[in-house]
Design a protein. Sequence first.
Length: 79
Amino acid sequence: MSAKETNIEECVRHNLLRYFEDLGGEAPDGMYDMLVRVVEKPLLEVVMQQAGGNQSRAAEWLGLNRNTLRKKLVQHRLI
């Protein structure tokens, strides 16, 4: 695992621990969907920016089908 992967992993871990602290003992609900949603949007924003708005290139970089990427961009209101 590279240093960048470790940094992202540690950032996620740290923020999840803080999330549980903020809940103050309350049970979380729908965490998986929430986490995917909050991570996916900035991922798509940054990749699309780096790909110069080229959806085919961005889909390739993400390992997604272009139609899947387009669907996700619409879901997140990025297009």
